[in-house]
Write a protein that binds this ligand. Structure first.
Ligand SMILES: NC(=O)c1ccc[n+]([C@@H]2O[C@H](COP(=O)([O-])OP(=O)(O)OC[C@H]3O[C@@H](n4cnc5c(N)ncnc54)[C@H](O)[C@@H]3O)[C@@H](O)[C@H]2O)c1
Length: 356
């Protein structure tokens, strides 16, 4: 119940499988402390998804989970999947696709900031990655992944299709984010050969001229962009692209920072609740050991505060606390030198201590 001073936000937690429950617990603890400090009440409701939901109900996305997510202010997900469900009729990943669809999510955001203390862990030279601060906006509902598919014995096709409204809505979201960052959008396409890319470029150019002339817009072809991201990643601010190019480029970018355990993501729709999750999977090899890196999920919780609840100061406080513990060298096993690793709980406590 809200008082005049406290506002209640309903957050659905979907712990899922493997390390999912361990890292969502960490995020819940951090959000509680943020709520206490800033005078908000976060009401958490936990629901089943993925393998855990299959075990309990036979389905990867039970109706109760779908209904709770759609009615919430925001959703925080751990991860789904694992060898236990491989080869089964119902697959945990179907739950993730189904919830994205049910929530009408059309833009997937993946930010990357390379911490100076971790730049040496990147596969690229430290001087190339140090200071990288970019965000990828990937369109999530159209393109070749969702077009009509045909198959005969000796021929297969995947239709690549985009409509103007599909391009417009993700473009506006990217430009709006650029206004709050360094004011630059790089739109990535393959306009030299693909008709959908020519439409993409036309629409992005028009939205820029009509609605966001204050933003610097550049266009890049996806093949050369794959090279530029390795050669000069620091030059990019907001990268806007369609579904398949975004899928590939965001995975390329994800290795620049040194550990998958650090990278958050958000999936946003038109004004409704967003879905926030670390980009890593359920990590079955380390699940249940209490050693998973919680920072990607804590950064995801910060994105939830910013993008779904509009709580910018609170989001920045979480990010600053995680960066501070990284600067202090509080590392889980994926980042630490031999014998120096802390547990998930100890890493979370270090962040909580910074917040308090
Ligand atoms: N969004 C999702 O829920 C999602 C995403 C990717 C994979 N998956 C599923 O997860 C399962 C495992 O997939 P995978 O092994 O290819 O990818 P993964 O991301 O789960 O693991 C890859 C490697 O990274 C490590 N790792 C991942 N998260 C970590 C963390 N927080 N802290 C420390 N180390 C971490 C793992 O231990 C593993 O060595 C599969 O069933 C896959 O389908 C789910």
């Amino acid at each position: 119940m809200s008082t005049a001073a406290t506002k209640t936000y309903n957050i659905v937690l979907l712990p899922g499988d493997g390390v999912g429950p361990e890292v969502t617990r960490a995020a819940r603890d951090v959000l509680r402390v943020i709520g206490d400090f800033y005078g908000h009440h976060f009401e958490f409701a936990e629901h089943l998804i993925g393998g855990a939901a299959i075990d309990e109900t036979g389905e990867p996305l039970p109706e109760a989970t779908r209904a709770a997510c759609v009615a919430s202010d925001a959703v925080l997900l751990g991860a789904v999947g694992g060898p236990k469900w491989d080869g089964g009729k119902a697959r945990p990943e179907q739950g993730l696709l189904a919830i994205r669809k049910a929530m009408g999510l059309f833009a997937n955001l993946r930010p990357l900031q390379v911490s100076p203390v971790l730049a040496h862990r990147s596969p690229l030279k430290k001087e190339i990655v140090e200071g990288v601060d970019l965000i990828v906006f990937r369109e999530l509902t159209g393109g070749v992944y969702f077009g009509e598919k045909t198959r005969t014995a000796d021929r297969a096709t995947d239709l690549c299709e985009y409509t103007v409204p599909e391009i417009e809505r993700v473009t506006r979201a990217a430009f709006q984010t650029a206004q709050q960052r360094r004011g630059k959008v790089t739109s990535v396409d393959k306009a030299n050969v693909m008709e959908t890319s020519r439409l993409w470029r036309e629409v992005v150019t028009r939205i820029h001229a009509e609605e966001f002339p204050d933003i610097t817009l550049e266009h890049a072809l996806v093949d050369s962009m794959a090279m530029h991201l390795i050669r000069k990643p620091r030059e990019y601010d907001v990268i806007l692209t369609e579904n398949m190019f975004g899928d590939i480029l965001s995975d390329e970018i994800s290795v620049l920072g040194g550990s998958i355990g650090l990278l958050p993501s958000a999936s946003l729709g038109a004004g409704g609740p967003g879905l926030f999750e670390p980009i890593h999977g359920s990590a079955p090899d380390i699940a249940g050991k209490g050693i998973a890196n919680p920072y990607a999920t804590l950064f995801s919780a910060a994105m939830l505060l910013r993008h779904s609840l509009g709580l910018e100061a609170e989001a920045a406080a979480v990010e600053a606390a995680v960066h501070a513990v990284l600067d202090d060298g509080v590392f889980t096993a994926d980042l630490a030198a031999k014998g120096q690793a802390v547990s998930t709980a100890a890493a979370t406590d270090a962040v909580l201590a910074k917040l308090k």
